[in-house]
Design a protein around this ligand. Structure first.
Ligand SMILES: [Zn+2]
Length: 438
């Protein structure tokens, strides 16, 4: 177990988006489907139908989860306006508003490489809080409430410790980590982060051995961790044997440099179809004038067109819903989820492992829909993102210099508990093909 203080947070997640309590309605001229609804809608649906009137229902209400803080470290060549809009998916008007009107707002115009930013946005992508750190102890924070901005200096010492914990599974990984004070109360979070990369729910067994490397961040002298980020893991179990660690791009790679993430297609089909409605989290309802976000992309597709998995994953949900129609949710691991609404026929079941290109379902016009189309959503860590615009993971292997840098950074870690390096390589290859999400 090491405990060293380092100066700067390594490149952090570009996208660590939010969980969405998303309830989406879109206007439409006519909605009545010619056949009866597939099942009597539960009370919530009836209430929603009354509320929404002549509207199309796209996404479902979900239990809100606490809003996570996003992190970013400014790199050489970054242009804040581009990061803000394209990568962080924050409204550009908010940046201009801060620059023009916030006390110390001009700090944002003078960011330097290495400076660390943190922010919280709500499910519709509106900025709530923003922190700019000048160094590890000093910074400035703004709070936004509609157009009102309040701000003040931050004077906390921020320390980063790298912690390694090894153990054995008895009941669960979270339980095995729970007693360790060095994690500052973040055992559950770390177990969740591992479970995004390994199919622990199905394949963890009593007696499995693991180690995790975690970067724990503390503010001031708080005992509770301010953040805890999984940096690496080495899991040697009866059914899972994978070791991997986080690299500069925030993705996990095995000791031989193979990416753990499946690659993603841009579209969940192989034909080409016209986009009938774009992703727009700030779309205004044409009649009410209220914000009525459209958190997916609509494709005009004839009923019965095959809908294919854009990446490997596991079927999380298959639902027949009065408003969203028949829909499927696929979990691709590492926080990536896709959803397909208004389907006609569904070919998969919850728990199925699916492979890129596999037909999941056939498009349709079920639920409350304007006409035959597919509503396709991509979520990253629960937050809907524009699947047509975000950079998508490509199945990658680290090459030459990157691979050397990666291997030298984790050389000490990957040797942990291993008899020899050859064993490590074999395990990693097996692990690479055994991924497939949560
Ligand atoms: Zn839609």
């Amino acid at each position: 177990m090491s405990s060293t203080t380092v100066k700067a947070t390594p490149l952090s997640s570009i996208f660590k988006p939010l969980l969405a309590p998303a309830l989406i309605v879109v206007s439409l001229a006519f909605w009545w489907a010619s056949r009866p609804l597939p099942e009597p809608p539960p009370m919530l649906d009836q209430a929603l139908m009354r509320l929404t009137g002549n509207t199309e229902f796209h996404t479902l209400d979900e239990t809100p989860e606490p809003l996570p803080w996003e992190h970013y470290t400014i790199a050489r060549g970054d242009v804040l306006a581009n990061l803000w809009n394209d990568q962080w998916q924050l409204p550009r008007e908010t940046l201009y508003h801060l620059l023009a009107n916030a006390e110390k707002g001009q700090m944002l115009a003078r960011l330097r490489p290495g400076q660390h930013l943190e922010w919280q946005a709500d499910s519709e992508g509106r900025l709530l809080n923003l922190r700019v750190w000048l160094n590890e102890g000093e910074g400035y924070q703004w709070h936004l409430d509609g157009d009102a901005i309040s701000g003040g200096p931050l004077n906390l010492s921020r320390t980063l410790h790298e912690v390694q914990i090894a153990g054995r599974i008895d009941t669960s990984l979270a339980a095995a980590l729970a007693g360790d004070p060095s994690l500052g109360g973040s055992a559950d979070s770390i177990a969740r982060q591992v479970a995004e990369l390994l199919p622990l729910t199905k394949k963890a067994r009593r007696g499995d051995r693991f180690s995790v490397m975690v970067q724990v961040e503390r503010l001031g002298d708080h005992a509770e961790a301010y953040s805890a980020k999984l940096m690496g893991f080495d899991y040697e179990g009866a059914k899972i044997q994978v070791a991997a660690a986080r690299f500069d791009d925030d993705r996990f790679y095995t000791p031989s440099g193979e990416s753990l993430l499946p690659s993603f297609w841009r579209y969940p089909f192989e034909q080409s179809y016209r986009i009938s409605s774009n992703f727009n989290p700030r779309r205004l309802h044409p009649i009410t004038g209220r914000v009525s976000p459209h958190l997916g992309t609509d494709f005009a597709m004839p009923v019965g067109s095959p809908v294919e998995a854009p990446a490997d994953g596991v079927v999380k949900q298959v639902v027949h819903h009065a408003l969203a129609g028949n829909y499927v949710v696929i979990d691709h691991g590492d926080g990536y989820q896709t959803r397909y609404l208004h389907l006609s026929r569904i070919k998969v079941r919850p728990g199925d492992t699916v492979h890129q290109g596999q037909v999941l379902a056939y498009s349709g016009n079920t639920g409350r829909s304007t006409g035959p189309h597919l509503h396709y959503e991509l979520r990253m860590n629960g937050r809907p993102v524009n699947a047509m615009a975000v950079s998508l993971p490509t199945k990658g292997k680290l090459q030459s210099d990157e691979l050397k840098r990666f291997q030298s950074r984790y050389a000490g870690y990957f040797k942990l508990d291993r008899d020899d390096q050859q064993a490590g390589t074999a395990v990693a290859q097996q692990g690479g093909s055994d991924k497939g999400g949560v």
